[in-house]
Write a protein that binds this ligand. Structure first.
Ligand code: ADP
Ligand code: MG
Length: 382
């Protein structure tokens, strides 16, 4: 798990990150990235490179094969470390805490966002590391022979695409739809605000009618913006005194989806069923759906009449799943230049900057994490 990545995070230097990025990049073209390619990418002399690779293998960030030739792949943990490093460098987080949630396809860590210009309060955030496409290495080895072209790269691709989709839709819908504020995205990971309150599934509400209406209101607003959540249930709704927040957005669809009606019905039905089972509240599904749809149409009209143009943020077009992510996963033929400087994200490797922003291993412990947070609060400078 990511604990492994966190444990060794402090020991990684800028060259380690360069090696990991080199292998990550190389995996677009090679199932197993040959050391020559890593050398070309990192420009680290062979002897040093071999020594460093050995250490990365020992720390379970990198896996080495000797068959059919010597080559390297990164593990999910290395991918975690690369995303974490990017966030730290961009000052999107200053400390990371405990694991606070594990979903079907993700693992969530508490973290701290430093205040802007070092004034104000540090913001409690979470990092959601996507885990789509995760296969155990054993499995990968077993099916290796059957893997087509680039399928060796599929776990990185799947997890990254999911994070991209989720971050994209969150930044589009926020703040109209109530959800944790999205802050940053890198690779398969998202930094977002800590959700308020607790999961609906784990809460006993004193005023369930009010909360049900609040959730339906959010579904309506979402629909009026041209989006259906598509994985809505008591497990993806946070409730607090302030209201509700919807989380977990990567599988959203638009009303143009061939099964949009069914999927919207399933979302609403999940919520109605929860409120019926737990609180005995009865609501007609068809009636509720009609209301969501009519209200949605009206909302759209209102917005148009109000002349409130939502250009660039308005209704959502379905992302093309085949579309290449921003760093360009495709490129049919491997070209040597691809490994050269342009792929190299200088921002992510400058060793000099890195030291100061390094995450302290003490911060990784939950209690120390809280201590660190309150210390920052107290000192008021974050
Ligand atoms: N912003 C957040 N604040 C607090 N907890 C969160 C947040 N996002 C996710 N979680 C926790 O992590 C769990 C998994 O996250 P979720 O986004 O639902 O991913 P999955 O697709 O794996 O279900 C949630 O059920 C919740 O307990
Ligand atoms: Mg979930």
């Amino acid at each position: 798990m990511i604990d492994e990545a966190l444990r060794v995070f402090n020991e990684l230097d800028s060259r380690d990150f360069r090696i990991l990025t080199g292998i990550e990049t190389g995996m677009k073209y090679f199932e197993w990235v040959p050391i020559e390619e890593i050398n070309k990418y990192t420009r680290i002399p062979f002897e040093k490179l071999e020594y460093k690779l050995k250490k990365l293998v020992r720390n379970k960030l990198v896996v080495r094969t000797t068959q059919p030739y010597e080559g390297f792949q990164i593990y999910f943990e290395a991918y975690d470390a690369l995303a974490l490093n990017a966030f730290v460098k961009r000052k999107s987080i200053s400390a990371i805490g405990d694991e606070i949630g594990v979903g079907k396809e993700s693992v969530i860590y508490e973290a701290i966002l430093p205040p802007e210009l070092a004034i104000g309060e540090p913001v409690p955030v979470v990092i959601k590391f996507h885990r789509e496409g995760r296969t155990s290495f054993k499995q990968i080895k077993r099916v290796r022979d059957h893997l087509g072209d680039r399928e060796h790269f599929s776990w990185i691709y799947a997890a990254r695409l999911a994070a991209q989709r989720e971050y994209g839709i969150m930044t589009t819908l926020y703040p109209e739809v109530s959800m944790p504020k999205p802050f940053d995205h890198n690779r398969h990971a998202i930094v977002m605000e800590l959700a308020k309150g607790s999961l609906l599934s784990k809460t006993r509400l004193l005023d369930p009618q009010w909360y049900l209406d609040e959730i339906l209101k959010q579904i309506k607003i979402t629909y009026s913006l041209g989006v259906i959540h598509a994985d809505l249930s008591e497990y993806n709704v946070f409730v607090s005194e302030e209201g509700v927040q919807l989380i977990d957005w990567p599988q959203y669809i638009t009303p143009e989806h061939p099964h949009a009606d069914e999927i919207l019905e399933r979302d609403v039905s999940n919520i109605l069923t929860h409120f019926f089972r737990k609180y005995g509240i009865k609501r007609e599904l068809d009636e509720t759906i009609r209301e969501i749809k009519s209200q949605a149409g009206k909302n759209a009209e209102d917005r148009n009449e109000g002349g409130e143009s939502r250009s660039g943020k308005g209704t959502v077009e379905e992302l093309d799943l085949e579309e290449t992510p921003e760093e360009g996963f495709e490129g049919d033929v491997f070209q040597e230049e691809d490994f050269e400087a342009q792929d190299f994200e200088a921002e992510e490797f400058e060793a000099e900057d890195f030291g100061a922003e390094k995450i302290n291993i003490e911060d990784l412990d939950a209690r120390d994490f809280k201590k660190a947070a309150s210390k920052k609060d107290a000192s008021g400078k974050g």
